[in-house]
Write a protein that binds this ligand. Structure first.
Ligand code: DGL
Length: 271
């Protein structure tokens, strides 16, 4: 058990978006080795049923276990919303999702007790953020809204286009009118659109980046479990995808703002 700390952290996402979590890991846990699996061949998860997402998530975990990881991060809001409980039951390895940390972040930052949440259709339909926030404090008012077009805009690099601003206004102004003081970016893709979201919401609304809050929780949890990598060498990053490895690297560079190592294609249906 003692040398488990030198093993890598496994991460999976429905595709590229989980790289926003990798970016935070690079900043806050730079000595950790990372094995990332992006399910690009079966992306997006946000429109699929819970049972399908649970099956995909089990396969993703099995693949990461083959890579001898010590810890797993579900760096996908949809999979965290629909499959976290079931994979935690099925596998004997610590698993962190992004919803609980995002809910904690919202609670820490909201003064008015009015919290907005945006995410994929599946995440919003599951009410997972609302439930997680109410578990912490049931007095909070939560307004959740699905903003699926943001996923495509982020993937296409439509970060500062007028069309993106128009869509953002259409999606976000109703939430703004509710008087929220905090907005949870409940999808891994949304931090890429932070600037336009902030512009529409204006500065008095604090944006909770679930990737950022997840890595804070992961760091605390690794520490408690004595799993923090104590070496001084820089972390090694390995990327695996279920399709289109070149596109993953190309779009991934935009998400991470730096070079993504070449990704290897695997057959996830084998796991
Ligand atoms: N990673 C997914 C999420 O955070 C992106 C959207 C999707 O797969 O539909 O919800």
């Amino acid at each position: 058990m003692a040398d488990d700390s030198s093993k890598p952290i496994g991460i999976f996402d429905s595709g590229i978006g989980g790289l926003t979590v990798v970016g935070e890991l690079m900043k806050h846990l730079p000595n950790e080795d990372i094995v990332y699996f992006g399910d690009t061949g079966r992306f997006p998860y946000g429109v699929r049923s819970a049972s399908v997402i649970q099956r995909f998530s089990r396969q993703n975990v099995r693949f990461l276990l083959m890579k001898k990881v010590k810890y797993i991060i579900v760096a996908c809001n949809t999979a965290s919303a629909q499959a976290l409980d079931s994979i935690r039951e099925d596998f004997d390895i610590p698993i962190m999702g992004v919803i609980e940390p995002g809910a904690k972040g919202a609670l820490a930052m909201s003064k008015a007790g009015k919290i907005g949440v945006i995410g994929s259709t599946g995440t919003v339909a599951s009410s997972s953020y609302t439930k997680a926030i109410h578990k912490l404090d049931e007095r909070m008012e939560v307004f959740a809204s699905a903003t699926p077009l943001f996923v495509a805009l982020a993937e296409e690099g439509y970060v500062d286009k007028p069309a993106t601003k128009l869509i953002a206004e259409d999606y976000l102004l109703p939430l703004k009118e509710k008087g929220i003081d905090c907005l949870v970016l409940g999808c891994t893709h949304f931090p890429v659109l932070k600037d336009v979201i902030a512009e529409v919401m204006e500065s008095r609304v604090y944006l909770v980046d679930s990737a950022e809050w997840t890595v804070k929780s992961v760091k605390d949890d690794l520490y408690k479990r004595k799993l923090l990598n104590s070496t001084n060498k820089p972390g090694v990053y390995q990327y695996f995808v279920s399709d289109t490895p070149d596109k993953f690297v190309q779009v991934g560079n935009r998400f991470l703002g730096k070079g993504v190592a070449p990704a290897k294609k695997i057959d996830i249906e084998k796991y």
